[in-house]
Ligand binder design. Structure first.
Ligand code: NAP
Length: 244
């Protein structure tokens, strides 16, 4: 049975992707930065109820050494890694004039370096397998920019460049790499926004509703499927038409 590894998957979009890929028949390797994220959380039971195997691997994805150890442990446990979803991400918003160096560096480490770490270690397994799917979580903020998110939008734009580079480097080995760029999706990450910010966003969305985590999981499921075998280096926006 094929295995999917989803980073930052204890909750939010990552958990929805993990559940959807379990329904698609993948064994699931979950990840989050702390054990605590899995307490009072039934995601592992819900995935196992789909009849697949599921384990959690605690690691800070921004750490090169931890990423290497984690990927090795997943390969040992499941035998292969067929799908990698680079989902873990954080925000530390603030206007440029007030953004600290720490705010900038933390977001770059978690959102961007993690994609280098995991793509390198999982990519080398996929190259040897001569097959694999890498799916990265970008954002509309990386395509259009967003006031108050210089750090975040920088990482999400970088992820688009990284996606196309990995697609070019690994394509001849049967490995595809694509990105999805969500707009405003209802998760703990966006719960933090003020009502005023939410109303402003809603006004810009053609479909006049915020996205659900399942809206992202469905597209990731397609990119991980056989049907998407000839799709690589692409960025699919899932935003209800925030910009066109
Ligand atoms: P979320 O609810 O905050 O979930 C992200 C998960 O990643 C959390 O469980 C978080 O744990 C974990 N995480 C954070 N730092 C980590 C690290 N260093 N190592 C391992 N895990 C870590 O976020 P989300 O809204 O589901 O977002 C998922 C992805 O979609 C992110 O890449 C985000 O940028 C992208 N995205 C989201 C939206 C949206 O509207 N929600 C829009 C565009 C793009 P902690 O809680 O402990 O930090």
């Amino acid at each position: 049975m094929a295995t999917a590894f989803i980073t930052g998957s204890a909750r939010g979009i990552g958990a929805a992707i993990a559940l959807r890929l379990a329904k698609d028949g993948f064994n699931i390797a979950l990840n989050d930065i702390s054990e605590a994220m899995f307490e009072d959380n039934d995601i592992i039971d819900r995935i196992r109820a789909e009849g697949v195997e599921c384990e959690k691997f605690i690691c800070d994805v921004s750490s090169y050494a931890e990423a290497e150890k984690t990927v090795k442990a997943i390969k040992e446990r499941f035998g292969s890694i067929d799908v990698l979803v680079n989902n873990a991400g954080i925000t530390r918003d603030g206007l440029l004039a007030r953004m600290s160096e720490e705010q900038y560096d933390t977001v770059v480490a978690v959102n961007q370096k993690s994609v280098f770490n995991m793509s390198k270690f999982v990519g080398s397994i996929m190259m040897r397998q001569r097959s694999g799917r890498i799916i990265n979580l970008a954002s509309v903020a990386g395509v259009y920019g967003n006031a108050g998110q210089m750090n975040y939008s920088a990482t999400k734009a970088a992820i688009i460049g990284m996606t196309k580079t990995v697609a070019k480097e690994l394509g001849s080995r049967g490995v595809t790499c694509n990105a999805v760029a969500p707009g405003f999706i209802k998760t703990p990450m966006t719960d933090k926004l003020t009502d005023e910010q939410k109303a402003m966003m809603l006004n810009q969305i053609a479909m006049k509703r915020f996205g659900e985590v399942e809206d992202i999981a469905g597209v990731v499921s397609f990119l991980a499927s056989k049907d998407a075998g000839y799709v690589t280096g692409q960025v699919i926006e899932i935003s209800g038409g925030i910009m066109m």
